[in-house]
Design a protein around this ligand. Structure first.
Ligand code: KIV
Ligand code: ZN
Length: 515
């Protein structure tokens, strides 16, 4: 049996459907490019029939991504499969992923179908999908709670109908590792034509066991694992890609299994997702959390100084976490900056480098020491997946315990400057209201978080927010040594996304009046 485990990434589908994780088409395309760089084998780009936005996202990703299989989810319905194919047909390696539930509880209460009807429907639609593309995955939804002999029967039938991947989802995150491993082994041992297909698993994290269950599955013969970046997904999420991959990597000698993932791209991918969605990972999250490689206890620090292996089972460099060493100073030139960006994996064009250089010199005036994390914050400020209608120019805030907070914001739009002031409950509220007055887009701030990018009182503050507008949620990000400015930039970033979505839907977009 091969020692290669296929990574099927569903960040753009199962991940994106979770509250607070929605992405625009452009954000999905940007994420897809990074997933390709990361080295996932397959990416599920969306559920084409679910909405026009999903359809467009699958279509754009299918057109652009050349090194991964690109898939769309489809129920066992001809309309779903037709729509999936319509979106996927430009893909180099298109995959239709069709599914139907197999557990009795779903059959009785949701589908109101008999097992025979479910089996017939599954076979008919795998055959239907197969006329479009060679790669067809069939998922038995709620397999974790399905009758195992019925599962074997349906898998045998869909493999005969042409399914090249059969997927065993623990849809409700109910399984326990040992039990789930045995289920996978049973399927492999009891489906006679199993050799013609890849056995996949898709685990949810309701009991915090999604990664453990996925590991048990590969130890019992599964060779595809469905994961998401940062573990985002329905309810408690899906198996986290970074945790699964690093478990295989770190315990290679024990498990003898490999993936195609370039682990040094993990941190960047995780950060990009956080920046695009505004969904932060908890500090103690394995692999990518801010504390994942921080050693606080004196006894640990002492051990680390003597030999890192005393308390470190993998290095931060192996997952691409930038070194926290001083990298550049006020007098560093464009060339040194460009070189450092290159080492960090950002190949900036001339124009982007010039903009980044300006931000760098501004930052160096305010902050004595510039670290890799600062440079990443700068570059993430500069690179946007959409054209920004409004650019931030400046902010002035008057605030204090005895004063009514007032903010005056200056923005530019197509080389014209706009300025307005507003009062608010606090300086951030006042800044957002001033931005609303200029842009004409009254967003509702629904989530706000701030953290220091590096240590020290002069550290860059990075703000991640979510803004609701007309029943949709938009993420925003901003960084500055001044946290009110960072907040205003983050809010404006979300407003620009709203403005762009408005201009794309040709609803006229927002209005803004010159002062
Ligand atoms: O959790 C699940 O069962 C799914 C399927 C559609 C694979 O997401
Ligand atoms: Zn799922």
């Amino acid at each position: 049996m091969s020692d290669r485990v296929i990574i099927f990434d569903t960040t753009l589908r199962d991940g994106e459907q979770a509250p607070g994780c929605s992405m625009t088409v452009e954000q999905k395309v940007r994420m897809a490019r990074q997933l390709e760089r990361l080295g996932v084998d397959t990416m599920e780009a969306g559920f084409a029939i679910a909405s026009d936005g999903d359809f467009e996202a699958v279509k754009r990703v299918a057109k652009e991504i050349r090194h991964c299989t690109v898939g769309s989810l489809a129920r066992t319905k001809k309309l779903d499969i037709d729509r999936a194919w319509e979106a996927l047909k430009a893909a180099k390696k298109p995959m239709i992923h069709t599914f139907i539930a197999t557990s009795d509880i779903h059959l009785e209460h949701k589908l109101r179908m008999t097992r025979e009807q479910v089996l017939e429907t599954a076979v008919e639609h795998v055959r239907y999908a197969k006329q479009y593309t060679e790669i067809v995955e069939f998922s038995a939804e709620d397999a974790g709670r399905s009758d195992v002999d019925f599962l074997c029967q349906i898998f045998e039938a869909v493999i005969d109908a042409g399914a090249t991947i059969i997927n065993v989802p623990d849809t409700v995150g109910y399984a326990i590792p040992d039990e789930f491993g045995r289920l996978v082994r049973y399927i492999i041992e009891h489906v006679p034509n199993i050799g013609k297909t890849v056995v996949s698993v898709h685990c949810h994290n309701d009991l915090g066991l999604a990664v453990a269950n996925s590991i048990a599955a590969v130890q019992n013969g599964a060779r595809q694992v469905e994961t998401t970046i940062n573990g985002i997904g329905e309810r408690a999420g899906n198996a986290s890609m970074e945790e699964f991959v690093m478990a295989l990597n770190t315990r290679q000698a024990l498990m003898k299994l490999n993936t195609n993932v370039t682990t040094q791209e993990i941190f960047r991918t995780s950060q990009l997702l956080t920046n695009l969605t505004g969904m932060i990972v908890q500090r103690n999250k394995a692999i990518v959390g801010a504390n994942a490689f921080a050693h606080e206890a004196g006894i640990h620090q002492d051990g680390m100084l003597k030999n890192k292996q005393t308390y470190e089972i993998m290095t931060p460099e192996s997952v691409g976490i930038p070194k926290s060493e001083l990298v550049l100073g006020k007098h560093s030139g464009r060339h040194a900056l460009g070189q450092r960006f290159k080492e960090l994996g950002y190949a900036l064009g001339k124009e982007d480098l010039e903009t980044a250089y300006k931000s760098f010199t501004k930052l160096a005036d305010k902050k004595k020491e510039i670290y890799d994390a600062d440079l990443i914050a700068i570059v993430q400020d500069e690179i946007s997946e959409i054209p920004e209608m409004f650019e931030f120019a400046s902010i002035q805030v008057v605030s204090g315990s005895e004063l009514t907070p007032t903010a005056t914001v200056k923005l530019s739009k197509a080389d014209q400057e706009f300025m307005d002031s507003a009062v608010g409950d606090g300086p951030v509220d006042a800044a957002c209201k001033a931005i609303d007055r200029i842009t004409g887009i009254p967003g509702r701030l629904t989530s706000y978080s701030i953290h220091a990018v590096t240590k020290g009182k002069d550290a860059l503050g990075e703000v991640l927010i979510q803004v609701e507008y007309q029943d949709r949620s938009y993420a925003g990000r901003g960084a500055s040594t001044d946290i009110i400015e960072a907040s205003a930039k983050a809010y404006l970033n979300a407003i620009n996304r709203i403005a762009y979505a408005g201009s794309k839907s040709k609803s006229g977009g927002p209005v803004s009046e010159k002062l």
